[in-house]
Design a protein around this ligand. Structure first.
Ligand code: 16G
Length: 254
């Protein structure tokens, strides 16, 4: 067994005789050091070579542990610079809340960059998802959503003009769409939502500050009033490196 003293004085071991693969042991060890705060967010990890020397293990083994942790979002690799502890992902439950409410709950400052706001006739997917018909007027709102100034998601919302006559750029830049709808007496009661994996396209990558074809979460939602009237169809692209969604599952058999 080869060990390394931690800041707390304990010896952390890699046990070569264990049935647990060495890369997995190293992964657990790094994870523990991140969770204990020994490697705080933004801290640079020792180099692959240093890990090899400390634990007398191969570079391949170190690389495998690090790649796994990068894929799980705990570490971030910066080309030519090194490996750093990543910010934890924002975890969002799948409830019917607004972006603003979600961020405030996490003590993050919500921000919005309005990309465009226009009124046009409904076409294609928006017609189907809003259960409306072509040529109905809808507001289309494209926004970049930020948390503490960092881009998180791009959202394109479609709202029937028959429900909301006026939406101002100022209200959307500085406030919440759902708060504006509530002011108009529209209370969102439930939503149908899909969530799928996708890759960032050119404009999305640029606005979100991620690489072209980086993984993203694509969400489509239709939100309804309590009488079943669709009030919003939204297509959102969330950064997969900063976001995860959690679900509570119940057993249908009781
Ligand atoms: C959330 C909703 C989005 C809604 C927005 C309103 C998801 C995937 N999307 O981001 O449909 O338009 O909240 O946020 O949850 P706002 O009230 O802060 O403008």
């Amino acid at each position: 067994m080869i060990g390394q003293p931690t800041q707390g004085g304990d010896i952390i071991m890699v046990d070569k005789s264990s049935i647990v693969p060495i890369y997995h042991q190293l992964k657990t060890l790094i994870q523990t050091q991140i969770l204990s705060g020994e490697y705080p967010v933004g801290a640079q990890l020792p180099s692959e070579r240093e890990f090899c020397d400390t634990y007398a293990i191969s570079r391949m083994t170190v690389r495998q542990a690090i790649i796994d942790l990068v894929n799980e979002g705990l570490l971030k690799r910066e080309r030519g610079r090194g490996t750093y502890v990543a910010k934890p992902k924002i975890e969002q439950g799948l409830q019917l809340t607004s972006f603003t409410e979600e961020m405030l709950q996490r003590n993050l400052v919500p921000g919005t960059r309005l990309l465009f706001l226009r009124t046009e006739t409904a076409k294609g997917r928006a017609v189907a998802r809003l259960h409306t018909f072509e040529d109905q007027l809808i507001h289309i709102i494209a926004r970049l959503r930020l948390a503490d100034g960092e881009p998180m998601a791009m959202e394109t919302s479609h709202i029937p003009v028959s429900l909301v006559k006026e939406l101002t750029p100022a209200a959307l830049e500085h406030g919440s769409l759902y708060a504006a709808l509530r002011k108009d007496g529209l209370h969102m009661a439930y939503a149908e939502q899909t969530l799928e994996a996708s890759l960032a396209k050119g404009d999305e990558a640029e606005l979100l500050g991620i690489k072209l074809k980086a993984p993203v979460l694509l969400i489509e939602r239709t939100t309804y009033l309590s009488d079943g009237t669709p009030v919003e169809y939204v297509r959102s692209v969330y950064r997969a490196d900063r976001y995860k969604f959690s679900l509570r599952l119940t057993n249908p058999k009781g």
